[in-house]
Design a protein around this ligand. Structure first.
Ligand SMILES: Nc1ncnc2c1ncn2[C@@H]1O[C@H](COP(=O)(O)OP(=O)(O)OP(=O)(O)O)[C@@H](O)[C@H]1O
Ligand SMILES: [Mg+2]
Length: 240
């Protein structure tokens, strides 16, 4: 088990957003958390990557374990540097006044493996040719979909082995959405472990190995992506 979330209770001030959720991600898997608006999907990713308050949630009780060790006390930068877990937030969180390439470079600041960094630029530009074409363009002038690609590209540039993706399909036209997911699949086949949250449950279940359904701060169902796709309750609530 690469990443294990155990009985996690998370709060924003006095408001409890996660009521004791448990799930895990094995090495090499694509796992997806599906759920409606406000279910607690982003909160879960922010708790794992320790986005600090006030924007980030506060872990109240429970545990987050990486390779068997608790990482609840670990600071955000160390999650990236030592645990090799990177968050690709929603695309609008990129630095708009920097160019595409500067945004990518920023993600490499603590890396010392220059050769691999060079290969990672190449890999990101191969996976997202649109970013290659626009490498000198200021990021704020990218389309919503291109910003989404940049958010994923930036997570890859950290050199991390586990990426947490917050709605990578957001704002993408249907064809680009499929492109994005095919790209994620390719990354996964190259060895990347992926925890993906998505409102587009149909798409997420098509590409993931396993899935959990999050409903107002609780995990209410889990199983293989194939089994959940066939589940009548899931179909009714999320695949309608
Ligand atoms: N910074 C915050 N302060 C207070 N409450 C918050 C904060 N961020 C999120 N919440 C609340 O926590 C709950 C879960 O929000 P979260 O953003 O995790 O949902 P989500 O599943 O990602 O939804 P969406 O699909 O709309 O992105 C919501 O009720 C939300 O209002
Ligand atoms: Mg969200």
């Amino acid at each position: 088990m690469l990443l294990e979330i155990k009985d996690l209770v998370v709060r924003y001030g006095n408001i409890e957003a996660l009521h004791g959720i448990s799930f895990h991600v094995n090495e090499g898997e694509i796992v997806t958390l599906i759920g409606s608006n406000g279910a607690g999907k982003t909160t879960t990713l922010h708790a794992i990557t320790r986005v600090p308050p006030p924007e980030g949630p506060k872990i109240h009780t429970g545990d987050i374990r990486f390779q068997g060790r608790s990482i609840v006390g670990v600071e955000a930068h160390a999650i990236v540097q030592n645990c090799h877990i990177a968050l690709a937030p929603e695309g609008r969180h990129i630095f708009g006044n920097l160019t595409v390439e500067e945004n990518l470079t920023l993600a490499t600041f603590s890396r010392k493996d220059a050769d691999q960094v060079a290969r990672d630029y190449q890999r990101v530009y191969e996976l997202f040719p649109r970013l290659a074409e626009r490498r000198s363009q200021r990021s704020e002038s990218l389309s919503g979909g291109e910003q989404q690609m940049l958010a994923v590209g930036r997570a890859l540039m950290t050199g991390c082995k586990v990426i947490l993706l917050d709605e990578p399909s957001m704002g993408l036209a249907p064809l680009l959405m499929y492109d994005m997911f095919r790209t994620l699949k390719k990354l996964n086949e190259q060895g990347m472990t992926i925890l993906l949250i998505e409102q587009n449950a149909r798409l997420a279940l098509k590409f993931a190995h396993r899935a959990y359904v999050l409903d107002t701060g609780e995990i209410v169902m889990e199983g293989s992506a194939a089994a959940l796709t066939e589940n009548p309750e899931v179909q009714k609530a999320y695949l309608g």
